[in-house]
Design a protein around this ligand. Structure first.
Ligand code: PEP
Ligand code: MN
Length: 274
C-alpha cells in the first residue's frame, strides 16, 4: 500500500487513534451507534433515541440528508432533521452522527452534530472528503460498495491530509453476486484494517446484510473480529419507517442484542488479554 503517509502504520510501533466525542472514547472499548435510518419526525426520533439510550447505546445516528436510489423516495428533512437531532441530543446526552452529501453543507451541518458521516456512495467524492478534512469534527467514512481496502484508506488519507486526524472507518458491505443479502459484509476487513492502519474500524451490519435476522449475529461477530464498534439502525416502529424499515431493529430487539454484546465484550477482553 503506497502513499498512505498518514493512515498507515508504516511498520512503525503499534499505535491506535483514539477519538473523543463528548464522553465517548472511540478506539478504546466497544462503541455502539444506534438510531433510525432517517429522521422522520420529532416524535419518531425522540422515541427511538430514548429507547437506544435506555438499552445502552453510546451515540445516536439519524439521516437528515438521504442518498436514495430513486429521486422520488423520501430525501430527508434537511435542516429540520438536524434541529430534531439536536433536540434528541439535548434530552439524551447522546452525541449525534449524521451524513453529509454536499460539500456546500459541511460547515453549517457542523454546528448541529458531533460526527460527520460520509456514505458509501460518496466515499470517493474528493471535494467532499477535502471539505470534511478542513473541519474539526470526527468523520465516519463508510467503505465504498465497490472499493478495495487500499482505495478506502486512500480516501481516509484525503481527510487526514487536510489536517483532520479523526477518521473512523466503517465497513458496510460490498456488492457481490449473492442476492440473498443486500450486500456481502466483509468482516475479514476488520483485522485487515488493524494490520495496516491505526484508524478505528466500525461495522454496519444493517446495510451490510439488509436482513433483520442477520444483524445480531453479525454485530456479535464484529465484536469478536476486533471491531471498535458497530452502527445499527433502530426504529421505534419499523413497519412504518420511511426508509430501511425491513432492516431496522425494534427497540426490544436492540435491547436484547445489547445484553448479548455486553456479555461477549467481557469474554473477548479476556481472550484478547491472552
Ligand atoms: C446510512 O448509514 O444511512 C447509509 C445510507 O448507509 P450507506 O452509505 O452505507 O448505504
Ligand atoms: Mn439506511
Amino acid at each position: 500500500m503506497k502513499n498512505l503517509r498518514l493512515t498507515a502504520l508504516n511498520g512503525g510501533p503499534p499505535r491506535r487513534t483514539v477519538i473523543r466525542v463528548g464522553e465517548v472514547t472511540i478506539g478504546e472499548g466497544f462503541t455502539v451507534i444506534a438510531g433510525p435510518c432517517s429522521v422522520e419526525s420529532e416524535a419518531q426520533t425522540l422515541e427511538t433515541a430514548r429507547a437506544v439510550k435506555e438499552a445502552g447505546a453510546h451515540m445516536l445516528r439519524g439521516g437528515a440528508f438521504k442518498p436514495r436510489s430513486s429521486p422520488y423516495s423520501f430525501q430527508g428533512l434537511g435542516i429540520k432533521g438536524l434541529q430534531i437531532l439536536e433536540k434528541a441530543k439535548k434530552e439524551t446526552c447522546l452525541p449525534v452522527v449524521t451524513e453529509v452529501l454536499d460539500p456546500r453543507d459541511v460547515s453549517w451541518v457542523c454546528e448541529y452534530v458531533d460526527v460527520l458521516q460520509i456514505g458509501t456512495r460518496n466515499m470517493q467524492n474528493y471535494s467532499l472528503l477535502k471539505e470534511v478534512g478542513k473541519t474539526d469534527k470526527p468523520v465516519l467514512l463508510k467503505r465504498g460498495m465497490y472499493s478495495t481496502l487500499e482505495e478506502w484508506l486512500n480516501c481516509a488519507e484525503y481527510i487526514l491530509a487536510e489536517g483532520n486526524p479523526n477518521v473512523i472507518l466503517c465497513e458496510r458491505g460490498i456488492r457481490s453476486f449473492d442476492t440473498y443479502t443486500r450486500n456481502t459484509l466483509d468482516l475479514s476487513v476488520v483485522p485487515a484494517v488493524k494490520e495496516v492502519s491505526h484508524l478505528p474500524i466500525f461495522v454496519d451490519p444493517s446495510h451490510g446484510t439488509g436482513k433483520l435476522t442477520l444483524i445480531e449475529p453479525m454485530s456479535l461477530a464484529a465484536r469478536a473480529a476486533g471491531a471498535d464498534g458497530i452502527m445499527v439502525e433502530v426504529h421505534c416502529n419499523p413497519a412504518e419507517a420511511l426508509c430501511d424499515g425491513d432492516q431496522s431493529l425494534s427497540p426490544a430487539m436492540f435491547a436484547s442484542m445489547m445484553v448479548k454484546l455486553t456479555h461477549l465484550d467481557i469474554c473477548m477482553k479476556e481472550i484478547e488479554g491472552m
